[in-house]
Each structure stands twice: as C-alpha cells, then as structure tokens.
Design a protein around this ligand. Structure first.
Ligand code: RTP
Ligand code: MG
Length: 166
C-alpha cells in the first residue's frame, strides 16, 4: 500500500498479479510419516502462495510410473517408484506469482546435502532418496503432472483476503 492509500488494493487478482502460475507439489511418504505436513504447507501459506488443491493420496505403481515417466531407465527409477508408493503422500496445487520457480527455491537442491538451510530439504532431509518434497520443474511439467492428481473440478479458484496485502 502506498503512503496515501488508505485501503488495500481492491483490484481483482488478475489485475494485481502478472505471471500467475500453478504448480504441483507432493509431500512425499517420508514427510507424511514424520509428521511434517503442517510445517511444509505452512511455509507455502506464509509465503502468500495460494492453495487451490489439496488431497491425501496413496499412489499406485501405475500413477507413479506416469509421474516419473521422464526418469524411466535412470538408475534410481525403481527405488523412486517404490519409495513414492510406500505410503500416503499429500498432493498440493499451489498458485502464485512465478510459483514454479519460487516453490523450487523453497524446496532446495535435490540432494539435501546441497540444499541451503532455510529450504525445506535443507531443514528437514539428509538423503536424496528421502528428500521430502516434489515440485514441478517447468510450466510444461506442471501442465503434465497436475492432471495426474487433480481434475479441473478439484482445483478451486479463489482470491483469499490476505492477498490484498501482497
Ligand atoms: P522432484 O522431481 O522430486 O521435485 O525432484 P527434483 O526435480 O529435484 O529431482 P529429479 O531429478 O526430478 O529426481 C526425482 C527424484 O528422484 C529421486 N532421485 N534419487 N538416488 C539418486 O541419485 C536420486 N536422484 C534423484 C529424488 O527423490 C528426486 O527428488
Ligand atoms: Mg523433478
């Protein structure tokens, strides 16, 4: 808000923000088992990123194979699929300004030993094979990955009141 403005900006969300993006975040089985769901969701909320989809999912091998299709043939592929199907995960669709990049920065490097403190992996993980979160790495990835977890009806467009202050 500027010094002369007495009310929050009441323009519509689309007028206030440019480059709004949606991304898929998965809170992986290790994080669910360790009771970290609330803290991880809380970090995105505190950043002012909008939650437009959320569900608890038991991934089956077929869906995991669809998600990780780009990694088929890599040495870690089989282990990754068995890890991701080992227990429930939480799927989130997050929306905000440049959210794909912002979320990846908040997650930290794939290898937790290279992730900066203050990032999710840098604060909660030690091992690349138990690295807590997934986030889409590009707009094309988000477009491919989101429908694996959410139908259009399950994504709720809304404009939370706190975003007037962002
Ligand atoms: P994610 O897809 O989960 O957001 O992770 P990312 O983009 O940072 O990393 P990516 O290269 O897409 O790898 C996907 C997931 O595979 C597991 N991985 N294990 N053992 C290994 O060397 C290894 N490398 C990758 C990790 O769970 C990684 O997040
Ligand atoms: Mg990836």
């Amino acid at each position: 808000m500027s010094a002369t403005q007495t009310q929050p900006n009441i323009k519509s969300r689309d007028q206030r923000f440019t480059n709004l993006q949606r991304t898929l975040v998965l809170i992986k089985p290790d994080a669910v088992q360790r009771g970290l769901v609330g803290q991880i969701v809380g970090r995105f909320e505190a950043r002012g990123i909008n939650l437009v989809g959320l569900k608890l999912v038991q991934l089956d091998a077929q869906k995991a194979a669809k998600l990780y299709e780009p990694h088929v043939g890599r040495p870690f592929y089989e282990g990754l699929v068995s890890y991701m199907t080992s227990g429930p995960i939480v799927a989130l669709c997050l929306e905000g300004v440049d959210t794909i990049t912002v979320v990846r920065k908040m997650m930290g490097a794939t290898k937790p030993s290279e992730a900066e403190p203050g990032t999710i992996r840098g604060d909660f993980a030690q091992r690349v094979d138990f690295n807590i979160v997934h986030g889409s790495d590009a707009p094309e990835s988000a477009a491919r990955e989101l429908p694996i977890f959410f139908s259009n009806e399950e994504l709720v467009s809304h404009d939370p009141s706190y975003t007037f202050f962002l």
